[in-house]
Ligand binder design. Structure first.
Ligand code: PEP
Ligand code: MG
Length: 612
């Protein structure tokens, strides 16, 4: 034990489970760049060699990271390939050598100059894609400059001991390295529960807390930490008492998860024989294995935008088709719901012209963006329709629909694509179910009419909460207002479900709420037909569904719908689940009767222990 005083801070629980171990603070400050002129040909030749060696080292470092990425995350490795290519791009490589040889600049300065020129060049181009690669140019350049300065670019694979990672923020490139195995837990100062860091941590069962203000200032490398990814609590240099309490909780959690995972493949049928779907949300094809292992009966949401990320070029129709075909084959005869590109706002911005948008979440995103870039949309629709011919198990779903216009426009485009495929005698699924996500208030208001135009609804609560309450879902300053139990949100869910059912179509829920075991009684009671979630949440949610009574849940939901505040609903829900599922919530929430708010996101948990 150390002698530092114990301190408790609080963030937002983003991936459940308890991590106990030493902190590793990821610091990425600016490094000073020396600037001098070289004297003599020998110095120039030496400096050129030093530069070449630094680039070679940067390349091999990137290669090593790529190799350390498990097959699950191979798709993400493309980001690193882009950086490798940039390192050898003549505009950086040849230009840097030219600055050393002709201007006699030292290597670091030469790299800085060539980076500046490349940035200007990219910015001046009309090619928006080239412009968007500036971030990769900076990252590749930073890596070389740090090597030249004798400082390594801090990669997660450089962390030699198993540790809890503390950072102001993490990039997607960091998140893809979480699985290297030495990351016991993650704490960031900014971000929200639906940020990339949180989603990846949940899918890898790494306990994580985000929006922990000042964590990077208060925590030093080597501090012993307890991180509770459920409640968002972080104890810095805990007492012996805290340690033994949380070690005990870790053991309980582990035993509980092991026990319920044995039944993950049983259907989600309530005690009174009401069956609902238990499906997985995936971002990459590689996650199908985890989905099946955790008992997914279908893919309820394939977030297709991730396949487009971290590439040098937009994938062509054939590449997209193959990805969907493989997914359909892997899941057949089970259903796969492919959502068309949900780009814009926080996702995939690099492919599209950077618009000066004051409110990107309210801007040209999702279906709006697809209807704007019609050719790209058509390419994706063709690939989806063609893949549907393989096993007939694909459903097509549009994100962020705000009214009938977008549905009609898409149907017209679909017709064009279908007749082109027919003309060319390319097989496709002529009867593919067509559905929409309900994630903006206008879609709820229009749900009765929309329901007559589509074959299914899927409620995206992540966005529905954001747009209903009017808070940015990834803004840590308003995270406290992100209330899934807000009566307005629950009423909207009910309205959408009722509208769907009146028109005879099924309604699923694929926001993070579906993966929160705590919400099972309410969502069952609101008559959601299928729950689609992060694969790791499936065993816990299915377990609670099997132990629920539909009749009781309906009664409970009706009561809750009469309540006027999220707090009141929260209290009532706590009481209900404490009574019905005491062991689930004793294990996951020991402070349950305390003041802890109900959090939006919990999946299944893994425990990470290491203070050695
Ligand atoms: C949602 O908004 O609830 C949803 C499932 O979509 P995403 O999280 O990809 O925006
Ligand atoms: Mg959404």
């Amino acid at each position: 034990m150390n002698n530092h005083p114990s301190l408790t801070i609080k963030g937002t629980g983003a991936s459940p489970g308890i991590a106990i171990g030493k902190a590793y603070l990821l610091e990425r400050g600016q490094i000073p760049v020396p600037s001098y002129r070289l004297f003599g040909d020998e110095a120039v030749a030496d400096e050129c060699r030093r530069f070449e060696e630094a680039v070679a080292k940067a390349e091999s470092d990137l290669e090593a990271i790529k190799e350390s990425i498990s097959s699950e995350f191979k798709e993400h490795a493309r980001l690193l390939e882009v950086q490798q290519m940039i390192l050898r791009d003549p505009s950086i490589y040849d230009e840097s050598l030219r600055y050393i040889e002709k201007d006699r600049s030292n290597a670091q300065l030469a790299v800085i100059k060539s980076l500046r020129k490349a940035r200007e060049l990219f910015n001046g181009l009309n090619d928006e894609y080239a412009k968007s690669r500036i971030e990769d140019v900076n990252a590749a350049g930073d890596r070389v400059i740090r090597i030249l300065a004798g400082q390594n670019h801090t990669n997660l694979e450089d962390i030699r001991e198993r540790a809890i990672l503390i950072a102001h923020d993490l990039t997607p490139a960091d998140a893809i390295q979480f699985q290297v195995g030495r990351i016991l837990g993650v704490v960031t100062e900014i971000g929200g529960i639906t940020s990339h860091t949180s989603i990846v941590a949940r899918s890898l069962n790494i306990p994580a807390v985000v929006a922990a203000e000042n964590a990077a200032r208060l925590i030093s490398t080597g501090d012993i930490l307890i991180v509770d990814g459920g409640t968002g609590k972080i104890i810095i240099n805990p007492s012996e008492r805290d340690l033994s309490f949380y070690y005990e909780r870790q053991d309980e959690l582990e035993a509980y998860i092991k026990q319920i995972s044995r039944h993950a493949h049983l259907p989600a049928v309530t005690r009174d024989a009401h069956r609902v779907g238990a499906e997985a949300n995936i971002e990459l094809l590689e996650e199908v294995v985890a989905a099946k292992d955790n008992g997914a009966e279908a893919i309820g949401l394939y977030r297709t935008e991730f396949f487009f990320m971290n590439r040098m070029e937009l994938p062509d129709e054939e590449a997209i088709y193959k990805d969907y075909r493989d997914l359909a084959e892997l899941m057949a005869p089970c259903q796969v719901t492919i959502r068309t590109l949900d780009a814009g706002a926080d996702k995939l911005t690099s492919w599209f012209p950077r618009l000066e948008e004051t409110n990107p979440s309210l801007g040209l995103r999702s279906i709006r963006l697809c209807l704007h870039y019609k050719e790209l949309f058509k390419t994706q629709l063709r690939a989806i329709l063609r893949a549907g011919a393989i096993a007939g198990n694909i459903r097509l779903m549009l994100p962020m629909v705000s009214g009938m216009g977008e549905v009609f426009q898409t149907k017209n485009i679909l017709k064009e694509v279908q007749s082109d495929l027919s003309r060319k005698r390319i097989p496709f699924d002529q009867n593919m179910p067509f559905g929409v996500m309900i994630e903006v208030p206008a879609a709820v208001a229009m749900a009765d009419l929309l329901a007559h135009e589509v074959d299914f609804f899927s409620i995206g609560t992540n966005d529905l909460i954001q747009y209903t309450i009017g808070i940015d879902r990834s803004n840590e300053h308003v995270a406290y207002l992100y209330e899934p139990l807000h009566p307005g949100v629950l009423r909207f869910i009910k309205q959408a479900v009722d509208a769907g059912h009146q028109a005879g179509i099924p309604v699923s829920l694929c926001g993070e709420m579906a993966g929160e075991p705590m919400y099972v009684p309410i969502l069952l009671g609101l008559k959601i037909d299928s729950f689609s979630m992060n694969p790791t949440s499936l065993p816990r949610v299915k377990n609670l569904i099997r132990r629920s009574s539909m009749k009781e849940c309906c009664r409970f939901a009706n009561n809750v719908l009469r309540m006027s505040t999220a707090q009141e609903i929260n209290q009532s829900l706590r009481k209900m689940v404490m009574k019905k599922f005491p062991e689930e919530f004793r294990v996951f929430e020991p402070n349950w009767l305390g003041e802890e708010p109900v959090l939006a996101n919990r999946g299944s948990a893994k425990t990470n222990r290491d203070t050695e």
